[in-house]
Design a protein around this ligand. Structure first.
Ligand code: AVI
Length: 315
């Protein structure tokens, strides 16, 4: 459970982000606000959808190549996971890597404690040092990590695709500083592919992704006392070629005015709020971004259809 101070800080940050985003042209909202309790449940549902290939494909890549990844990372490393994962992917890697220490990092303290406890049950004897932190901002790893062990960063799920260019560069720089010379990183990236496959993954026929996207308006109404009209917006997935990203948008069905804490926001019919970008990479593109941050992309493990890749980076 969040304590009162954390709750009030989150509420203020949410309000400030929503007001700033809706005041901009074009209108936008940071994607992190998609993940309230219902949003997290809907995202879990998305990962099981036929159209949403990334989760199952990355899991299969990890299963198929875990031994090679372990050789890449070196013997008994310290494994730092950025965004503590659901048990399955982490478990596959921990089984192969047999790390000396596991450091899961996540902003959600409750979730982190639960997943650390699950991993501790599954791997008795593995030292675990959870760090509650937002991995998109500056934070420190524990100061007393074993100095002699190689360090490996794990950033699965193609979460890197949800970061903008500045956030990606800041994240890669920070990870390079934290893992040090000789450090390695395993990063899950969703690969560029035909638009039909890409857009279907973000606009499934059951409407789960639409519900996930639209849920942010329900959240704004509930938590910020706003009056987005129920049914007044629809979900749309768009390809932005210049950014190499699938974007999620909430499109106003007609002209309307939304009030939120005494402010009025006008929408024209067809005007959208951009709620998420999910950047798609190829390994050369990743190398171009990672190089100036001190990383060399040495490996790319993919599935036979080349839908997804786990890239192996070395400092
Ligand atoms: C969390 N992230 C990697 C997902 C993605 O594919 O960009 C979020 C998501 N949004 C809609 N579907 C999935």
């Amino acid at each position: 459970m969040l304590d009162a101070a954390e709750l009030s800080w989150q509420r203020d940050a949410f309000r400030d982000d929503v007001i700033a985003g809706l005041s901009r042209t074009p209108k936008t909202l940071p994607s992190r606000w998609l993940y309230d309790d219902r949003g997290c449940r809907l995202f879990e549902e998305i990962t099981q959808l036929d159209e949403y290939y990334p989760t199952r494909t990355e899991t299969a890549i990890l299963r198929d190549h875990a031994a090679a990844m372990a050789r890449f990372c070196g013997a008994a490393p310290v494994l730092v996971e950025y965004g503590a994962g659901a048990a399955v992917k982490t478990t596959i890697l921990l089984e192969a890597l047999r790390p000396r220490l596991y450091v899961p990092v996540d902003i959600a303290g409750d979730f982190l404690a639960q997943s650390a406890a699950r991993i501790a049950r599954r791997f008795p004897g593995l030292p675990i040092r959870p760090v509650i932190a937002d991995f998109t901002a500056d934070f420190d790893l524990p100061a007393d990590l074993p100095a002699s062990a190689p360090r490996c960063g794990f950033f699965p799920g193609s979460t890197i695709g949800n970061l903008d260019a500045a956030e990606t560069s800041a994240f890669l720089h920070r990870m390079r500083a934290q893992l040090g010379p000789g450090g390695t990183a395993l990063i899950g990236v969703d690969l560029r592919k035909d638009l039909g496959t890409l857009l279907a993954a973000y606009d499934d026929c059951k409407g789960v992704t639409a519900a996930f996207d639209l849920n942010v308006l329900t959240r704004i109404n509930r938590e910020l006392d706003a009056d987005f009209p129920p049914g007044g917006f629809r979900h749309e997935a768009r390809w932005n070629a210049a950014e190499s990203a699938v974007e999620m948008h909430l499109v106003s069905r007609e002209d309307c005015v939304v009030t939120l804490q005494g402010r009025r926001f006008a929408f024209r019919a067809g005007e959208s709020i951009h709620t998420e970008s999910s950047r798609k990479y190829d390994l050369d593109g990743l190398a171009d971004v990672a190089g100036p941050c001190g990383w060399v992309v040495e490996q790319g493990w993919t599935d036979s259809n080349r839908l997804f890749a786990v890239a192996g980076l070395r400092a």
